[in-house]
Write a protein that binds this ligand. Structure first.
Ligand SMILES: Nc1nc2c(c(=O)[nH]1)N[C@H]1C(S)=C(S)[C@@H](COP(=O)(O)OP(=O)(O)OC[C@H]3O[C@@H](n4cnc5c(=O)[nH]c(N)nc54)[C@H](O)[C@@H]3O)O[C@H]1N2
Ligand SMILES: Nc1nc2c(c(=O)[nH]1)N[C@H]1C(S)=C(S)[C@@H](COP(=O)(O)OP(=O)(O)OC[C@H]3O[C@@H](n4cnc5c(=O)[nH]c(N)nc54)[C@H](O)[C@@H]3O)O[C@H]1N2
Ligand code: SF4
Ligand SMILES: [Mo]
Length: 706
């Protein structure tokens, strides 16, 4: 059965169309002028917002690429062969029914992504809970900003990455970036830091001297995994040097005394011994932030992707609170959310412990509300289930799921401890992957479903400042591909659901999402596609009150805890789960480069980007390389407790001698995640992507061969 499709003409190219970039959470506006699939012109919509980065400029290259999937694939005798949609979806539905009959509903799991539109994320969560009836649903955002989200909930009672408009940063005199490298990960974002840079107010905390750190007045390069001690040292300096905002702390917060009891023991000289950051620089950082009329503390993955990520972000928030920054116009704390819909993706119910509207699945009132919208009994809503890595880790084990449906993620490359994840994927009875290209996860699948691309469908995305944006269809998809919504609709119907319960039309799904989110923390009920089409770009919450203009700035009057106050949380330094030792004497740090996006599934297939950075490399101090018998350009092996990564040596004199850096965008033997640690934060369940112990050696002849 074919699902309902868009009512627009099937093949006609439309345009020019105003839409947004398919990649990161900045969601830069772009205008697409299609002259056929292979020739779509991309222009920035509003150059005053900083233009586009190289990934944005080249985003349309995948639309007409021969690398994209245009027919379903089904595994047959070990290989994937083309199949009709009817065969592929029929097979999936039958296998799911058989697995459920044999092993129960939790035997089928779903893995989503922060790149999916709000409509897809919403319908995927509903599909899992209602059509499959499984508690086993989580998504790659768990690997992304979950530590910041948990810390923000704890401190403020609500998580919106930036609780203020991005443009507020234009007025900042001082900005501390902890573990963020926007010069490569969100280049146009730098336009918002111009004033802070010119005022000598940019402070960058990163073990590496990144292109972002190059712009800073003060670059603090801590030992990886020691941000928490550094934040405590700077807090200590701020208080000792008389910068504590007593009126704010007394009037708008609770818990300072308990937090201070820990920080009091972290005088900057002690923090220096742990972090390697000079005490004088800690004092200077405190003075720069305290001396600025408008100051911000922003965190990203470098501070967050640790087994102590929540507490680490908590420590940076404590510093911001002590200086009186959050909930004041012109200052604050924020997290730079990463994926295109990293914000909306965490609000609408594809996370193991959540229901739409950023509701908690263990809250009876939330369950009752969402069950009413879905037309089911609250008692039938399963969950909470396992978190992303725990879910992957349980696949094919006796108590774990034996079927997995993946929408919008490539965990074979991007999840930690890759060899373990590959084994678990291989142990499944059924792996279904919906994707645009044959990703490494799709290569391992039993059924692959070809999906439309961003410019071929309508939908909404919520950017890093909590703004709901309309993504417009600019051209028709090639014959043979379907939208995620169509796939979910069709599968749900095949699993016995009434068709109207799983609409394939995105605007209809959004209308239902509005009702499901109503009165929840992330309330979208006042957002309509008509408003978005008219050019509004609303910050949630947007209650249904007629004419409500959205909420650009949260917390100006009160924080979201019942007492209206922000909470200091006492946090102490523990250090990384796997510190270096004699066998593995170096810290491996992983992260991103400008040209590639995430697992690289998309950007490695864009020729201009692939040519610029064709494969994995390891950044290392020249002395460290030399000690390992390696020169610049040599083929190296980076070995850790769980595996070995192959990478080309890049000698970088500014690197700390005890640190190597690996980008995680490459597949096969070049996967950085072959060495990363699956140690999880106890609260957010975020894996420790950013620190593990490794050693460096030359690749053997055999391994160095291409
Ligand atoms: N080009 C590109 N842009 C992207 C993406 C991409 O894949 N490629 N992905 C998008 C997504 S989903 C995300 S989440 C964002 C991520 O954006 P960022 O967080 O800016 O990117 P990362 O490179 O993961 O990490 C930032 C920095 O953390 C540093 N770091 C490592 N360990 C530590 C530590 O212990 N403390 C501190 N303070 N810093 C540390 C690393 O050296 C690195 O420079 O980027 C988004 N934009
Ligand atoms: N070592 C290390 N590992 C990391 C990180 C790190 O810093 N270091 N960062 C982590 C972070 S922050 C993140 S966000 C994750 C991201 O890692 P992944 O979740 O693997 O992210 P992507 O590579 O963007 O995967 C998205 C996949 O979905 C496909 N896709 C894109 N759009 C759609 C769509 O609309 N529908 C469907 N069905 N498919 C679509 C793409 O082609 C691609 O194959 O990686 C994490 N892994
Ligand atoms: S910064 Fe992000 S949203 Fe903007 S063009 Fe680059 S990848 Fe796209
Ligand atoms: Mo991310």
């Amino acid at each position: 059965m074919r699902a309902a499709t868009s009512t627009r003409p099937a093949d006609a190219a439309v345009g020019p169309v105003d839409t947004h970039c398919p990649y990161c959470a900045l969601q830069c506006g772009m205008t697409l002028s299609p002259a056929g699939r292979a020739s779509v012109r991309v222009r920035p919509r509003d150059p005053s917002e900083g233009g586009l980065c190289q990934k944005g400029w080249t985003a349309a290259a995948l639309l007409g690429s021969p690398a994209r999937l245009t027919t379903p694939l089904v595994r047959d005798g070990g290989t994937l062969r083309p199949a009709s949609w009817d065969e592929a979806l029929g097979l999936v539905a039958r296998r799911i029914e058989a697995i459920v009959a044999e092993r129960g509903r939790d035997a089928v799991a779903v893995f989503g992504g922060g790149g999916l539109t709000n409509e897809k994320a919403y319908l995927l969560g509903k599909f899992a809970r209602v059509a499959l009836g499984t508690s086993q649903v989580d998504y790659n955002g768990r690997f992304c900003m979950s530590s910041a989200a948990a810390a923000a909930h704890r401190a403020f009672g609500l998580d919106r990455g930036l609780p203020f408009p991005l443009a507020d940063l234009d007025g900042a005199d001082a900005v501390l970036l902890a573990g963020a490298n926007p010069a490569e990960t969100m280049p146009p974002f730098l336009s918002h830091l111009r004033r802070a840079v010119d005022a000598g107010g940019l402070i960058v905390v990163d073990p590496r001297r990144t292109p972002t750190a190059e712009r800073a007045a003060l670059h603090l390069a801590p030992v990886p995994g020691t941000d928490l001690a550094l934040a405590l040292g700077i807090l200590h300096a701020a208080v000792a040097d008389g910068h504590l905002d007593h009126a704010y702390v007394g009037g708008r917060t609770t818990g300072f005394d308990e937090a201070w009891r820990v920080a009091a023991a972290w005088w900057p000289e002690r923090a220096e011994r742990v972090t390697g950051v000079a005490a004088a620089d800690q004092r200077r950082a405190a003075a720069i932030l305290a001396g600025a009329a408008r100051a911000y503390v922003l965190t990203a993955r470098g501070a967050e992707q640790h087994a102590t990520g929540v507490d680490t972000v908590g420590a940076w928030i404590n510093l911001a609170l002590a200086l009186g920054l959050p909930g004041r116009r012109g200052s604050g704390w924020g997290c730079l959310t990463g994926q295109g819909n990293g914000q909306g993706g965490r609000e609408h119910g594809q996370k193991a412990d959540q229901l739409p509207g950023y509701r908690r699945i263990d809250d009876p009132a939330a369950r009752a509300h969402v069950a009413r919208v879905w037309g089911v009994e609250p008692s039938t809503l399963p969950g909470p289930g396992r978190s992303a890595f725990e879910l992957l880790d349980a696949l094919g084990t006796p108590g774990g799921p034996s079927a997995l449906l993946v929408f919008g993620s490539n965990p074979a490359v991007s999840a930690p401890h890759s060899s373990r994840v590959a084994d678990r994927l291989a142990a499944l009875d059924l792996l279904v992957v919906a994707d645009l290209v044959l990703s490494e996860t799709a290569m391992a699948a039993d059924v692959v479903l070809p999906i439309t691309q961003w410019a071929e469908e309508d939908g909404t995305m919520t950017n890093l400042e909590g703004r709901v944006l309309l993504r417009r269809r600019a051209l028709a998809p090639p014959p043979g591909v379907r939208t995620d919504l169509e796939v979910l609709h069709d599968l749900a119907v095949r699993l016995g659901q009434p068709p109207e319960r799983f609409p394939a039309d995105p605007e209809t799904v959004f209308t239902e999402l509005r009702a499901a989110s109503e009165d929840g923390p992330a309330d979208y009920s006042g957002v309509t596609w008509d408003r978005l089409r008219a050019g509004e770009r609303l910050h949630w919450p947007v209650p249904r009150t007629p004419g409500h203009q959205g909420t650009p700035r949260l917390f100006l009057d009160r924080f979201a805890h019942p007492d209206g106050r922000a909470r200091f949380v006492p946090v102490d330094h523990k250090g990384p789960a796997e510190p270096p030792d004699e066998d593995f004497p170096l810290y491996a740090v992983t992260g991103r480069v400008l040209q590639h996006y995430q697992s690289g599934a998309q950007t490695r297939r864009v020729e201009e980007l692939r040519a610029a950075v064709p494969g994995a490399y390891v950044e290392v101090h020249p002395d460290t390389a030399l000690r390992a018998g390696l020169l610049d350009g040599a083929e190296a092996v980076v070995s850790g407790r769980r595996g070995r990564v192959r990478a080309t040596v890049r000698c970088v004199p500014s690197m700390r001698p005890d640190v190597v850096f690996l980008p995680f965008h490459f597949p096969g033997a070049q996967r950085a995640n072959l060495v990363t640690s699956p140690a999880l934060d106890p609260v957010s369940r975020m894996p420790e992507f950013k620190v593990c112990a490794v050693r460096l050696s030359p690749a053997a002849e055999r391994e160095a061969a291409p």
